[in-house]
Design a protein around this ligand. Structure first.
Ligand code: SF4
Length: 406
């Protein structure tokens, strides 16, 4: 990441760290942390059971349930659904790590779909076209300052706005609304999936997810690690995530979706598609997560607050080059080994981590990222992916009994 972008990112991180300082020490927050730790541990431990439970409850609620072993299968399911529609090839999308992981935008853009990201930060990155990795899970464009953003918007939308934040926001909002005027397809991720209730929990500040979830068809794509037992569990996670990610107590919106839009207000006859979608689809994606659950299960306890990267010295020095796709920082680097392979994990910065444990200290779930990194390094070394100097040092020890070139 360029030094000016790093500077903007670190300023944004400092704002969050300062804002949340007091609230993190409050007894209520500490209590919530303990509660969420238990919820996440249980959810990962009994994940298989939750998948079965979800299949039953979502089907009962009238939500189409699909399971994808890997990214190809997830794309196939989406392709099957989207290619058979007789609507404009226009998709309103909201933030989702899983959609980026499976290459949703790339695949369906090639198939002629116009995919419009509705989250302001994501939309700015989408308009940027190149070098557009996010730098924080809830503030994807926080490495860009207002002048960079105004330039991106002007170049892409052929406008002439100033670098005034409200002017930028209005301009992007108007463009998104214009583009989506005929959209009937909404695609999103999920913050939690409540298996017992058959509900999808989504949190947001902008109101964009409400927009996406009101299209005729709403497709939710989420990793199996998003499963929890109940809506209450999902809400506890959402509250803690908000506190750690933003320093606020709650987001402006919490959407809980438990079925398509319906009414029985005329002679108790059931009619679908009143204001919201006539069809809701949930696609749960494994894509290496079961393997992660067997090897480094704690990495999947993550609630996506991004706290680990705020204090990571490596992330602070090189930014989002340290991470795997949307999975930023050391945890993402370790996960890359299981979602892809040890070569990708190596390329994402496996040996850049200092093992300082700052990420664990900042994590509300105490996820031992340093430990995950060490485990992954062992695998990478066995598969011959380690820094050249390290290999030389090992050879020296073997041949000379010393790390030095004697
Ligand atoms: S242990 Fe590694 S990933 Fe964690 S904060 Fe330190 S350098 Fe970053």
């Amino acid at each position: 990441m360029e030094s000016l972008n790093l500077e903007s990112m670190k300023n944004s991180f400092k704002t969050v760290v300062d804002k949340r300082e007091k609230i993190l020490k409050e007894p209520k927050t500490l209590e919530l942390e303990k509660k969420v730790q238990k919820i996440r541990k249980k959810s990962i431990k009994y994940n298989d059971k939750l998948i079965e439970m979800a299949k039953e409850s979502f089907t009962r609620n009238g939500i189409d349930f699909f399971y994808a072993d890997d990214d190809d299968k997830a794309i196939d399911i989406l392709d099957e659904i989207l290619s058979n529609l007789d609507w404009d090839k226009l998709i309103a999308k909201s933030k989702s790590n899983t959609l980026r992981e499976i290459g949703f935008n790339e695949y369906f853009t090639k198939k002629g779909f116009d995919i419009v990201d509705t989250d302001l930060g994501d939309r700015i990155l989408q308009l940027k076209e190149v070098d557009n990795l996010p730098s924080h899970p809830t503030g994807p464009a926080c490495h860009l300052n207002r002048y960079d953003i105004a330039d991106i918007v002007n170049n892409s939308l052929n406008t002439n706005i100033s670098a005034e934040p409200s002017e930028i926001m209005e301009c992007v909002k108007e463009d998104v609304f214009n583009r989506l005027s005929n959209a009937k397809i909404g695609v999103s991720g999920a913050n939690s999936i409540a298996a017992e209730d058959g509900s999808i929990i989504l949190i947001h500040n902008e109101g964009n997810i409400s927009l996406v979830s009101m299209m005729n068809l709403h497709i939710v794509v989420a990793g199996i690690d998003k499963l929890v037992e109940t809506i209450e569990d999902g809400l506890a996670i959402s509250k803690l995530e908000t506190i750690y990610a933003t320093g606020s107590l709650l987001t402006s919106y919490i959407n809980i979706i438990s079925g398509p839009s319906k009414t029985a207000d005329i002679e108790k006859k059931l009619l679908k598609n009143m204001y919201g979608p006539e069809r809701v689809v949930l696609i749960l994606v494994d894509n290496g997560r079961k393997k992660i659950m067997e090897s480094i299960p704690s990495s999947l306890e993550c609630i996506g607050c991004g706290s680990c990267i705020l204090t990571c010295p490596v992330y602070g020095s090189i930014g989002n080059e340290f991470g795997y796709k949307n999975y930023l920082g050391g945890r993402g680097v370790a996960m890359a080994n299981y979602i892809e392979n040890s070569k990708i994990s190596f390329d994402c910065g496996l040996f850049k981590c200092t093992l300082c444990k700052q990420c664990t200290v900042s994590c509300p779930l105490d996820i031992p990222t340093f430990d995950l990194i060490e485990k992954t390094r062992k695998t990478a070394q066995k598969e011959n992916h380690s820094p050249k100097n390290q290999k030389k040092i090992l050879e020296n020890i073997k041949n000379n009994g010393s790390p030095y070139n004697l």
